[in-house]
Design a protein. Sequence first.
Lengths: 110, 113
Amino acid sequence: QKEVEQDPGPLSVPEGAIVSLNCTYSNSAFQYFMWYRQYSRKGPELLMYTYSSGNKEDGRFTAQVDKSSKYISLFIRDSQPSDSATYLCAVSGSARQLTFGSGTQLTVLP
Amino acid sequence: DTAVSQTPKYLVTQMGNDKSIKCEQNLGHDTMYWYKQDSKKFLKIMFSYNNKELIINETVPNRFSPKSPDKAHLNLHINSLELGDSAVYFCASSQDQLGEKLFFGSGTQLSVL
């Protein structure tokens, strides 16, 4: 079993839709949870960073962590074509070393 | 100015050759990394250097040798390239050894024929 599981998609939504991206993880010791966005032929860039359970909001993006279910989510409100990218979840524990999910490819259609 | 830059962007080579990828960061970060991304977009750490010292060395064949001449540079040399080495290699940096907030370069697409 992989440490982090992520539905690869692809996911296609119309502009303005609410997007929900999800990951599950297996190790309850993970405490740090991140979402990275990767545009085609570019490196990943950090989008959201959360510690422990709860929600964090930044503009149209909301990251949610449920440690009891080992489930992390990223919500994108009012999605835009510029949000089209691959979204990678990542987790880390006390060793502070990232384990990435395999990414979900998102396309927002104008 | 590009924060983390790596060269070349594309590298096409024959099996058995030796090649190098260079990386430079101008963010003043102390820690630099090499990650490998396979065809399924799975991103995995290979090496981590902090102030020119090797911190993390994951299970990577010893054909891969990182070199850090100073804390702003981390190069990756690969000997005797194999077909399975084909992937995108990303350099990254972070302000400290807490390797979650990473700044990535644009990647080097390596194709071994």
